[in-house]
Design a protein around this ligand. Structure first.
Ligand code: NAD
Ligand code: LMR
Length: 334
């Protein structure tokens, strides 16, 4: 789907006016490598900057042999190199940090990943203050607020350009539904809202082609805990990387399409959101219309049924704590 005809036809439409530098921070990791490859295949990306604390030049050398037009540069560790990787970037994807092992929650990654994301956010604030920042590192419910607090402290916070990547949740939901209904997942458009961990992930099947699925507790659980399936299957060797790379590349592609003038580009993403601010929830994932300035419009959640109402209540309680935890971390560890 993503690598199919859409990209091929657009290979001829990416013009010199649409120069798009994309940076990946954590490019040598399980997600970073396939993500870098998918970005190299995307004709909208004209320059690819790969940074990691180890191994990015090697990944860049490898990916750079793929015969598409974009240039690729790998950056060795260090503040000056990180700044150079970020300079002029239109989109920055951040999959830097540790993944889960069986038995861990995403929140268990907080102690390690919070400071990694905080420091990378500082570098983005200094060297790419106008870039679209796509945070993949977990726990997303907390790492996105961490970035926001860092940008605020640096005086460059633009809520329209900060995105928690929750694309994988809708990718999974559509795939899982297609397995049950024996349909093409490309035609299964499932809205998923909330956050990106456990019960904060709220699929809204009542809004899909199969509203009856909202009472399918097993399916709802599978969407909420789909990440665990991969963590268990990898037996300690990490979490989702390939499906995540696809999801991250799709999100980056959507932002570039919107930046290059395409209208009506909609993706689910965890953003600074007006939807539940009156309940003290500053960040929320929902469908968002993207535009040249990033977030164009946060779409309402829409009508939900009684099952989904309950799921949303459970989501709010956890999400609020996760967001507060991220904010507190930056306040105490600036
Ligand atoms: P990984 O360990 O394979 O790769 C992480 C990479 O980050 C490594 O190459 C490491 O060297 C690099 N890194 C660490 N600190 C860095 C720093 N300060 N600057 C630059 N690079 C740094 O892990 P992975 O499987 O690629 O997962 C990465 C993160 O993505 C994890 O936190 C994981 O939980 C998260 N994730 C999120 C989603 C999502 O849907 N948002 C999906 C899957 C995984
Ligand atoms: C996922 O949803 O696959 C990721 O958030 C990784 C994880 O820890 O499950």
């Amino acid at each position: 789907m993503f690598l199919g005809s859409r990209i091929q036809t657009r290979a001829f439409s990416a013009s010199a006016r649409n120069l798009s530098k994309v940076a990946v921070l954590g490019a040598a990791g399980g997600i970073g490598q396939p993500l870098s490859l998918l970005l190299k295949l995307n004709p909208r990306v004209t320059e690819l900057a790969l940074y990691d604390i180890r191994g990015a030049p090697g990944v860049a050398a490898d990916v750079s042999h793929v015969n598409t037009k974009s240039t690729v540069k790998g950056y060795a560790p260090g503040a000056a190199n990180l700044a150079a990787a970020l300079k002029g970037a239109e989109v920055v994807l951040i999959p830097a940090g540790v993944p889960r092992k069986p038995g861990m929650s995403r929140d268990d990654l907080f102690n390690t990943n919070a400071s990694i994301v905080r420091d990378l956010a500082k570098a983005c604030a200094e060297s790419a203050p106008n870039a679209n920042i796509l945070v993949i590192s977990n726990p997303v419910n907390s790492t996105v607020p961490i970035c926001a607090e860092v940008f605020k402290a640096k005086g460059v916070y633009n809520p329209r350009r900060l995105f928690g990547v929750t694309t994988l949740d809708v990718v999974r939901a559509s795939r899982f539904v297609s397995e049950i209904k024996n349909t093409d997942p490309a035609n299964e458009n499932i809205t998923v809202v909330g956050g990106h961990s456990g019960v904060t992930i709220v699929p809204l099947f009542s809004q899909s082609n199969h509203p009856e699925l909202s009472s399918n507790a097993e399916l709802v659980h599978r969407v909420q805990f789909g990440g665990d399936e991969v963590v268990h299957a990898k037996e300690g060797a990490g979490s989702a990387t390939l499906s995540m790379a696809m999801a991250g590349a799709r999100m980056a592609e959507s932002l570039l399409r919107a930046a290059q003038g395409e209208k009506g580009v909609i993706e689910p993403t965890f953003v600074d959101s007006p939807l539940y601010k009156d309940q003290g929830i500053d960040f929320f994932s929902s469908n968002v219309e993207l535009g040249p300035n990033g977030v164009e419009r946060v779409l309402p959640v829409g009508k939900v049924d009684a099952n989904e109402e309950k799921l949303l209540e459970a989501c709010f309680a956890d999400l609020k704590k996760n967001i507060e935890k991220g904010k507190k971390f930056v306040a105490e560890n600036p």
